[in-house]
Design a binder for this molecule. Sequence first.
Ligand SMILES: [Zn+2]
Length: 156
Amino acid sequence: MDRKQKISAHFTLGELIRSATADRKGIDNLPPAEIIPKLKRLCEEVLEPIRSHYDIPFRPNSGYRSPGLNSEIGGSANSQHCLGEAVDIELHGVSNFELAQWVEQNLAYDQLILECYRQDEPTSGWVHISLKENSQANRKVALTYSKRKFLSGLVA
Ligand SMILES: [Zn+2]
């Protein structure tokens, strides 16, 4: 598996599977082959439109997580990151609330979560976006996760 392999115009496989925690703990974070088309789909339908709208280069904070990595970082047991269906992103200099709103209004998604955002610090937190393989299965649910609670919708 070649981490440098481009899976869309601006993103490599390595950028969708990289994890400092996995490196540090010696966890194999390589995805099974059937996950790769899903990561490619996330790139083409979520990351590339964001890249082109904002014209800001970025690397996802987190994409695919192997089960071992997911439990190491305390991720939810049914995390869509483990299915290759979710990415966490933030863009340099862009408010995560604004980014989440743009995604809500412009992209197809399954779950969109504005995570750990604080109004007094616009670049705080990150945006979690998931996409189902079958677009008809997308639930189109937007949530805010703040102070260990989920709120409905995007809340600043
Ligand atoms: Zn996430």
